[in-house]
Ligand binder design. Sequence first.
Ligand SMILES: Cc1cc2nc3c(=O)[nH]c(=O)nc-3n(C[C@H](O)[C@H](O)[C@H](O)COP(=O)(O)OP(=O)(O)OC[C@H]3O[C@@H](n4cnc5c(N)ncnc54)[C@H](O)[C@@H]3O)c2cc1C
Length: 437
Amino acid sequence: MESNKKNMNFDAVIVGGGIAGLQSALDLADQDFKVAIIEKDASIGGKMIRLSKVFPTLDCASCITTPKMAAAAHHPNITLFTYCDLISLGNENGSVIAEVRQKPRYVDPAKCIGCRQCEYNCPVMVPDEEQGGFSARKAIYIPFSNAIPQIALMDIENCSLCGKCSKVCPTQAVDYFQQPEEFTITAKTAVVATGFRLTPLDQKKEYGQGKVQNVITSLQMERLLAPHGPYMRVLRPSDGKEPESIAYVQCAGSRDKSLGIPYCSRVCCMYAIKQAILLSGALPLADITIYYMDIRAFGKGYEQFFQNAKAMGIEFVKAKVAKIEQGEDQNVLIKYEAQEEDGGVRTREHDLVVLSLGMIPEWNPEGTCRISTGSDNFVKTIKPKLAPCLTDIDGVFVAGVAAGPKDIVDTIAEAGAAAMEASKYLHSLGLKKKMAA
Ligand SMILES: Cc1cc2nc3c(=O)[nH]c(=O)nc-3n(C[C@H](O)[C@H](O)[C@H](O)COP(=O)(O)OP(=O)(O)OC[C@H]3O[C@@H](n4cnc5c(N)ncnc54)[C@H](O)[C@@H]3O)c2cc1C
């Protein structure tokens, strides 16, 4: 259920409505604890709902994430606070206090019935960030087809104030004067599940700083491969050509001291192999090359997945890519140092290049929360071996990529562990109360 925005008390507050936050929330709510989820985006689901298929099973990401999102939204013990900024989070005298700012949607959530009449009648088109910027959305819109909640929001920066949305809305939900609202959630425990974003492109001069045509990010490729993607097929963005030669550049923004990101992001090898397998199905005649330093296929069934990709004819070139440049005919030139055979610096041309970007934390707690972070900027876990969800704030736990790069399997397992730590903590508080009485 969607909250009516009154300040409320809960047993647990979860920051982040990605797959980690949803799993922790469901595990706690099933034990009859009252849970609030605070999500900064207009929909829950995190990155997973934006993926095409998932390694190593190749399940459709949307098909397995949507039921979790719906289960959380309809759970009687869970309240969603979407499109909300976290102003502060801390433990004061045994209570976890989260101060939250509801950003204005310019649509009254209590009135919106998700009919999309506003969206259909809006005349403004802007690039759709949910589709990697490859297609357009309206200035008033529901973020994507299976977004939860199905409530429209207005992008006021791009709105032309023509009033058409307001005229066609059958429930008079459009409210141009909506203001941000601040409220406090008081709980006894919290789980931080704020996830990641991709390493930014603009720092890496050698890779064109995002300016070379037909060099895209791995999340953009997820959208090109998704069943509800922007083109419903794989086309290169600059001219709509079906690519005949696609390259992946591994460790683009991980294991790179020059960017201050010396760690391995753990999922890039596997997602590149997954995308390459999916591309060989979508474009059977295309050549697919993966430039890699080494392949880290560490999980259950992952090595076999890698071997399958090789058997399917995907080319693996052991090399360090030194430069990515604009070639002729909107193609991309890759200059690399070969680390096999006789070595040496070589150049190859591809129609489309995908950067396998690493992960950095989405949330920077500075100024919001006194939780400690490690040298990698992810939330620090104080007992990383034996209790990997414990942070240095009593009653505040961490789950998923908020604590460090990991895949969905490990994220789900850790979210369950964080819920169990939070549940134990809640029971210990109850016990303390009983003993004091
Ligand atoms: C291109 C790509 C492909 C991938 N493919 C696969 C795959 O096939 N199989 C696999 O196992 N893994 C895959 N992964 C990894 C997978 O995406 C992650 O393991 C998973 O999404 C982690 O979930 P999470 O909930 O920890 O983080 P996220 O999905 O990042 O969710 C975090 C949520 O917290 C919200 N949030 C952040 N900060 C705040 C804040 N301050 N206040 C409120 N809310 C906040 C965010 O908006 C988001 O909704 C892939 C990753 C990439 C980049």
